[in-house]
Ligand binder design. Structure first.
Ligand SMILES: [Zn+2]
Length: 310
């Protein structure tokens, strides 16, 4: 009996808990030479390991271009295996759409490739990256083990980037974080919008310079000649439904925050405002409204205070 208990004890401590933490990424070919790794539309938690984000890669004649590296070292490594299942060509470029943790903390797995970002993205990463990584450890736990911040080593300018036969148009926009890269692959017609576009998942605003700026970016994206749109979060689209939803949602948010400030409402009243029925399919809208109020409402209140009394 004693040896049986002893055996069971050994079995317990020998169980590789970390072995269960597998992202099981399934790359899906969405266009010529183009694979998408679609995350869930949830918030970070210990079940999803932070895989709430869309990442992608493009296989060119010159090698592989990676777009965003995911929320952890473990994700980055899983992404590398997913790429290796498709090609043995090397990764020749990593493009970061912006500095948020779910998009960049897989960088460690791509250290040998040049990691490129807008200068503003790298600056924000240097300032906020460690704190963001720490927060991710708190939110998703062991999935993050071994993850450390790796900064970009190349600065991107807006314009054309040719990699093999793929012509990538890089756009430097700013509505989500102040430095947001959108990538239009002119060869395949795929637009990688990064977090300028959330679809069926409420947008996040911790670093947004303003919803009006973000709305202008949506107009810029709408004017591009794309055929497929990859949002930063949420499902792929071949029509402009994600852009219409973003415009509608941003316009509604901007309107309610402005009206609430004008009426002198305080934050906890704004948190409870009704969310229109037409946004029912957007996951986490209440949760993100509460966060957005804490991020942006003070600016709306200050604007009201600055306006001259008629
Ligand atoms: Zn983001």
């Amino acid at each position: 009996m004693r040896s049986m208990l002893h055996f069971m004890f050994l079995l317990c401590i020998a169980t590789p808990v970390l072995g269960e933490l597998e992202y099981r990424l399934q790359p899906r070919q969405i266009a010529v030479n183009t694979w998408l790794l679609e995350g869930s539309t949830e918030d970070f938690d210990r079940n999803n390991g932070g895989n709430i984000v869309n990442t992608a890669f493009i296989l060119t004649t010159a090698g592989v271009v990676v777009i965003d590296t995911g929320p952890s070292k473990r994700y980055g490594e899983a992404m590398r295996r997913a790429i290796a299942a498709v090609t043995d060509k090397p990764v020749v470029k990593v493009l970061l759409t912006h500095h948020h943790p779910d998009h960049v903390l897989g960088n460690q797995a791509f250290r040998e490739a040049p990691i490129a970002a807008l200068p503003g993205t790298n600056r924000r990463l240097a300032e906020q990256g460690d704190a963001m990584a720490e927060n991710m450890y708190r939110l998703v736990g062991d999935w993050m083990r071994g993850t450390e911040l790796v900064l970009a080593d190349e600065s991107l300018e807006p314009g054309l980037l040719q990699v093999g036969e793929h012509r990538l148009r890089l756009l430097a926009l700013s509505g989500h974080t102040g430095a947001d890269l959108a990538i239009l692959d002119e060869t395949s017609g795929v637009l990688f919008a990064g977090d300028l576009v959330f679809y069926q998942r409420a947008l996040t605003t911790p670093n947004s310079p303003g919803l009006d700026i973000w709305l202008a970016d949506i107009d810029t994206l709408a004017g591009l000649p794309w055929r497929l749109l990859v949002p930063g979060h949420g499902p792929l689209a071949s029509d402009d439904a994600p852009l219409l939803q973003m415009r509608d949602y941003l316009g509604w948010l901007d309107g309610v925050l402005g009206e609430a400030a004008a009426s002198g409402a305080d934050m906890n009243e704004v948190w409870r405002l009704p969310i229109p029925e037409r946004f029912a399919a957007i996951n986490l809208s209440r949760y993100e409204l509460i966060r957005t109020v804490s991020h942006l409402y003070p600016t709306y209140e200050q604007r009201v205070l600055r306006e001259p009394v008629p």
